[in-house]
Design a protein around this ligand. Structure first.
Ligand SMILES: *[C@@H]1O[C@H](CO)[C@@H](O)[C@H](O)[C@H]1NC(C)=O
Ligand SMILES: *[C@@H]1O[C@H](CO)[C@@H](O)[C@H](O)[C@H]1NC(C)=O
Ligand SMILES: *[C@@H]1O[C@H](CO)[C@@H](O)[C@H](O)[C@H]1NC(C)=O
Ligand SMILES: *[C@@H]1O[C@H](CO)[C@@H](O)[C@H](O)[C@H]1NC(C)=O
Ligand SMILES: *[C@@H]1O[C@H](CO)[C@@H](O)[C@H](O)[C@H]1NC(C)=O
Ligand SMILES: *[C@@H]1O[C@H](CO)[C@@H](O)[C@H](O)[C@H]1NC(C)=O
Ligand SMILES: *[C@@H]1O[C@H](CO)[C@@H](O)[C@H](O)[C@H]1NC(C)=O
Length: 470
């Protein structure tokens, strides 16, 4: 047991060794040098070959992916701060890699950032092929956040955080009573309480997260494909690879039509929503009801209640069982559809389908309404999965930028896109811009910063507050 304990402390030390590489290509301009260093650092964190799980020091990793970690919410006294910085579980998921790859491509395309090599983009795209929903016997582009493992008993693929499972298996083997006594002897009394809490939520991690695919990862993958088609001359192999992995894009829209949230529908499978969603969305819903309008919205999960009844016994279901709407996920959906049409990955005629037209238009209206009404005063509920309001603004602005850029050169390819352009533009130019101006904090003569969702609850040894930095 003591051996296992020291492994933990060793692991804590190891994660401090952050890699940073210097590039010889950066020229004299300090800003470009900084950008180049960031670019090199991101590249250095891309996994170069598959690595198996080797307890307890090495997490399972897959070629092409970028590092992404599960962190825990330790804060307060110095030992807690220490643990927050030191402790993390390497997470295998498709979102981080898709998002980082898209950002690298966009920085090059729009921002004159360093050009990534095909050798960097290609393995990241290939990595995603394992994340298409495997519980369907047809080719599809419905994406799962976590890797899927086949369960021979239930004959079902289940998607779960494999390294977290490894972590809890390992922690389950440790004699906690003994471990806690050691921690208390070392003066880490708060941590033992946290360890206990962590072990109590173990079942949530092990049984609660057996996820169906979701529209967020699905549309982020579609957005990546749209970028790649627009840069196919620069990255021909990467685009080809994406194309080969996504031969049935209409599977996304079949699922969207089946699972969209329709509050006024008579069908129980799609008219029920998570209560957290209802609380922030109710002003929007009430307004529509007063206007006598039917609506349908992009939800988070690719599963409705009827499907859940079939899949839950086999181990695939939404956490807490009811679907929800997250404004940032919805914004990613609007971006995916917009960008795929404008870059020629999808035909604009797809929006002639009345149901899809409605989902696209209504989701855009909802996003605009939420910006216009300060997310109807419940940021923490509207931003369920992405706590940053600035990130939400950024995702919406990306969509508007694509529409605007296109419309400068030619008419938008579908009239409904003009409506979306006008609607998003209005809330971005007024309420969003005002909100961003108002949240700037002036610090000294030449410094402005934006304080987002990260807390400042850390204390020093005398219990005085500190603003902790890296
Ligand atoms: C695919 O699955 C469906 C539903 O389980 C089934 O009806 C159909 O026969 C299957 N098709 C093939 C080609 O296996
Ligand atoms: C496989 O599925 C069965 C039945 O749903 C479940 O009891 C079991 O825990 C699953 N096995 C794993 C390794 O997840
Ligand atoms: C764990 O350690 C405590 C204290 O050393 C001991 O009393 C207890 O029996 C141990 N439990 C197990 C399951 O080994
Ligand atoms: C594409 O997906 C749909 C379901 O969305 C399915 O019915 C169809 O068979 C798939 N087509 C191919 C070629 O796999
Ligand atoms: C919702 O979609 C319907 C059908 O396209 C449209 O008539 C209605 O104006 C939309 N409502 C909102 C708020 O977007
Ligand atoms: C916006 O809503 C949040 C609650 O989520 C509140 O704290 C904040 O004061 C509101 N801002 C304005 C300008 O009303
Ligand atoms: C800090 O607060 C903790 C818990 O409230 C208390 O036990 C401790 O004595 C305090 N330390 C100092 C230096 O005030």
């Amino acid at each position: 047991m003591a051996g296992t304990c020291s492994f933990y402390w060793f692991a804590v030390v190891v994660v401090f060794a952050v890699t940073g590489t210097q590039s010889s290509r950066a020229n004299e301009d300090p800003l470009r040098q900084t950008i180049q260093r960031l670019f090199d650092k991101v590249h250095s964190l891309q996994v170069k070959r598959d690595e198996p799980y080797f307890p307890p020091l090495f997490w399972e990793k897959h070629k092409g992916m970028y590092e992404s970690d599960v962190k825990f919410y330790f804060h307060g006294r110095p030992d807690m701060t220490f643990l927050r910085h030191a402790f993390k579980v390497y997470d295998n998921n498709m979102f981080a890699t898709t998002w980082i790859t898209s950002s690298l491509l966009e920085a090059y395309k729009f921002g004159n950032g360093p050009k990534p090599s095909e050798e960097q983009i290609m393995p990241a795209v290939a990595f995603l092929q394992d994340y298409h929903d495997k519980n369907r016997n047809y080719s599809n582009s419905l994406m799962s956040f976590w890797p899927q493992r086949y369960n021979t008993t239930s004959k079902t693929w289940t998607s779960y955080p494999d390294n977290l499972h490894n972590f809890f298996d390992l922690a389950g083997d440790v004699n906690l009573t003994k471990f806690e006594k050691i921690l208390v002897d070392l003066g880490f009394s708060d941590i033992t309480a946290i360890m206990e809490r962590l072990m109590n939520i173990r079942s949530v991690y092990l049984n609660g997260f057996l996820l169906p695919p979701d529209f967020d990862d699905t549309f982020v993958n579609l957005g990546l494909g749209s970028l790649l088609i627009s840069m196919a001359e620069d990255f021909p192999q990467s685009f080809q690879q994406w194309r080969v992995q996504n031969t049935n894009i209409s599977s996304i829209f079949d699922a969207l039509k089946r699972d969209a949230y329709r509050p006024l529908s008579k069908d129980y499978a799609v008219n029920i929503i998570d209560e957290r969603t209802y609380v922030f969305l109710r002003f929007f819903l009430n307004k529509l009801q007063n206007d006598g309008q039917d609506i349908s919205l992009i939800p988070t999960w690719v599963q409705n209640l009827r499907e859940e009844a079939v899949w839950e016994p086999r181990g695939v279901h939404i956490p807490d069982y009811s679907n929800n709407v997250d404004v940032t996920v919805a914004a990613n959906g609007v971006f995916g559809i917009t960008s795929a049409i404008l870059n020629g990955l999808l035909e604009p005629e797809i929006l002639n389908d009345p149901e899809l037209q409605q989902i696209y238009l209504n989701t855009s209206s909802m996003v605009g309404f939420m910006i216009a009404t300060n997310f109807s005063d419940r940021h923490e509920l509207a931003l369920l999965y992405y706590p940053s309001e600035f990130e939400f603004y950024y995702f919406v602005a990306r969509t508007y930028a694509e529409l605007r850029q296109f419309s400068r050169k030619a008419p938008l390819p579908h009239p409904i896109m003009t409506t979306v352009h006008d609607y998003l533009g209005e809330s971005l130019k007024t309420e969003m811009t005002t909100a961003i101006y108002n949240s700037a904090v002036y610090d000294g003569d030449n410094m402005i910063y934006f304080d987002d969702f990260l807390g400042d609850g850390d204390l020093d040894v005398d219990n005085n507050t500190v603003v902790s930095d890296q």
